[in-house]
Design a protein around this ligand. Sequence first.
Ligand code: SF4
Length: 347
Amino acid sequence: MAEESAAPLESPPDAPRAKHLRPGDGPTTVPARIVNEVLYCERLAYLEWVQGEWADNAFTEEGRWAHRRADAGGGGLPEQDDARPYVARSVWLSSDALGIAAKIDVVEGEGERVFPIEYKRGTPPDVPEGAHLPERAQLCAQVLLLREHGFQCDEAALYFAGARRRVRITIDEALIAATLEAVATAKAFADRTAAPPPLVDSPKCDGCSLVGICLPDETQALREPVDEPRPLRRLHPARDDRKPVYVQEQGARVGLDGEQLVVRRKDGKDSARLVETSHLALFGNVQLSAQAMRTLAERDIPVLLFTYGGWFVGRVVGPERARTSSCASPSTGRRTTTRSVCGSRAR
Ligand code: SF4
């Protein structure tokens, strides 16, 4: 983490994404990113900053993509007596007095007057303040740092990459107070020996990349034993341990032997257990016995048919998949349609 120094400042060569803290550690500077997370969810901030946990999801990947230009660096804050306009990217600042450190995505400036911009994924929310409190507080922390380093900074903006739009954010006393309170909360983490409790039934958990580590509903269920077990939300897709079986050798024959699929080839045979098969994909001139096809449909294991070259031709699905599938008859929904071959050409 960057230490306090006078501007101009350089980026640390490899700034850590998360910092492991031990009880009693401190004082320390709080990254502006953690200020954001404290206000989103204190448990998330604790897991990332104190315990050093990290996991990616689609949102974090999208955010990294949105930051690619700003993260490329370039430019730099000028000497204080240089009045020419400039743009600096990935500017690191910190202050022991404020207890904050930040990497500012972009700083536009002219002389001592500067305008920081924080890049965000997605589109701006439809709220009067222009953005939610966590993002505004992260930006406010950057404004406070720039002021602490002698710059004049009255305005700032969030750039939403999904909309390619800048949203100006007002830095008022209420936002400054919320930001400094979040900094104090984060600093108090150093004296905690356990993570804050998870949010309860919060929609925030759906988009949280640490949901698989935090386990909010499971943790909550253990914290509050109830007479009747309550259903847990599925926040993570279930793991499917089954694997597909691909048969590409021309002339091969697929049959059934008890609980196994048997693939007979000219020079030998292979087998796959039905319980470990997610679907069967047949390419070109591969034969499937009627007995095997019926059993696969009954077990709801789809059979996908491809040409020799890999073009999709059709599929055979069982009752459960056909019920939710677009190839079931919308007018009748009859189960008789469920064992039919649903042909469609994707050429
Ligand atoms: S899953 Fe929910 S409770 Fe857990 S860290 Fe994320 S937002 Fe917080």
